[in-house]
Write a protein that binds this ligand. Structure first.
Ligand SMILES: *Cc1c(COP(=O)(O)O)cnc(C)c1O
Length: 389
């Protein structure tokens, strides 16, 4: 991370004097904010009062602290916070398209985003193409005269493929096409896609940014120009974050650097252990030097988070025993919290996706938490023994 970023996470945008010296910013649990006079209403309507809050759907002081801090962290001009990652994803896409447009999307993206682009938007005459995308020509050949947006996730959160962001952004800009990336896996601590020319960054803050498995929220970061459309979607569709949820993300952010370093250390140990296990066919983790995309990964990521997947060399019976015998890994969806999780992702993977993503039924996704790596490995070792006895 750039010099000073940890300091900025703690101090950027905090002004204790505004809030009676409170070190932790207050939660402004208020729906509306009074004007001091008729004249102030006039000034506001004339657009002269930039920092005046009126109604929490349009802006809230606690939420604003979060938005300013995240915009700084992602190196964008501005940020808007949402009630969920999906709220952020749908608003950012909607802000850039109209009926008749076309979207190119990577096949391995988060499933509800895939579904939104594929089947939901087709109701509004927005068409889409899904591509593998590791080869730039794949994306290029899917582009049509009406292509408006390329939607990306890198690394993706299924099999952790990495895509060349500099190349994709350059190719898109040459053609006047906007790029949106889901940067949830890397967090702004490990990757800033705006530096590579990507136009819009979205996050599910429910994962590492919140970090404590106690809040659902989303974020969009982009330029001064494009944030206007995002704010309009937020205001009209109304998927706003609550002030308390914004405060929880702010609280989680304080420890983001320390947590991410520990997630990375633990994940590397677990990935290496799994890679060397005779009952593991394949580990999907771009942090491993043996990963075929490791060179590309280190050219655009400063580090690696704690989510990975692997294929177990066994049938349904072994899979079931393995998962049921883990004691420290809870069986749960989502990820990015302090605790380790496992989920049989391959089992539930939607069969109706048009893509050719090869998701093995033996694919298990694990979120490596902040426990002692040795304990996690011991837990895995024990589950392997029970499953293959
Ligand atoms: C969880 C997730 C989302 C959606 O976020 P919500 O906060 O659950 O709406 C989007 N992208 C990725 C990669 C995710 O893991």
């Amino acid at each position: 991370m750039d010099k000073g970023t940890r300091t900025k996470i703690q101090h950027y945008g905090e002004d204790y004097s505004k809030f009676l010296g409170a070190i932790s910013p207050p939660i402004f649990e208020a729906s509306n904010f009074a004007f001091s006079s008729y004249e102030e209403v006039e000034e506001h309507q004339e657009g002269k009062l930039k920092d005046k809050f009126t109604y929490t759907r349009g802006g809230n002081p606690t939420v604003r602290i979060l938005e300013n801090k995240i915009a700084m962290l992602e190196k964008g001009d501005a940020c808007r916070a949402f009630s969920s990652g999906m709220g952020a994803i749908t608003a950012s896409i909607l802000s850039l398209i109209k009926g008749g447009d076309h979207i190119v999307c990577l096949r391995g993206v988060y499933n509800p985003a895939y579904e939104f682009i594929d089947s939901y938007l087709s109701r509004f005459n927005v068409s889409s193409s899904f591509v593998e995308g590791k080869d730039l020509s794949d994306i290029e050949s899917a582009i049509r005269p009406n292509t408006r947006v390329i939607y990306l996730e890198s690394p993706n959160s299924l099999i952790f493929e990495v895509f060349d962001l500099r190349e994709i952004a350059r190719m898109a800009r040459e053609r006047g096409i906007y790029t949106i990336i889901d940067n949830t896996w890397a967090t702004p601590y490990f990757q800033n896609p705006i530096e590579y020319g990507i136009d819009v960054v979205v996050h599910s803050a429910s994962k590492y940014l919140g970090g404590h498995s106690d809040v659902v929220a989303g974020l969009v970061i982009t330029s001064k120009e494009l944030i206007k459309g995002v704010s309009r979607e937020l205001n009209l569709i109304g998927s706003i974050i609550g002030p308390f949820e914004a405060w929880l993300i702010l609280r989680g952010l304080r420890s983001l650097p320390s947590r991410m370093e520990l997630h990375q250390n633990n994940a590397m140990k677990v990935a290496q252990y799994l890679e060397n296990h005779p009952r593991v066919i394949k580990v999907n983790y771009p942090g491993l030097p043996s990963n075929p995309q490791h060179q590309l990964a280190i050219s655009q990521l400063r580090g690696f988070s704690g989510l990975m997947s692997f294929e177990l060399d066994g049938g349904e019976k072994e899979l079931r025993k393995f998962v049921n015998n883990l004691k420290l890994f809870a069986i749960a969806v989502s990820w990015g919290g302090y605790e380790s999780l496992i989920f049989p992702t391959g089992r539930g993977f939607p069969k109706d996706r048009k893509d050719k993503v090869k998701i093995s039924p033996q694919l298990l996704r694990i979120s490596v938490g902040l426990e002692d790596a040795e304990d996690l490995i011991e837990d895995l070792e024990n589950a392997f023994k029970k499953a293959f006895d």
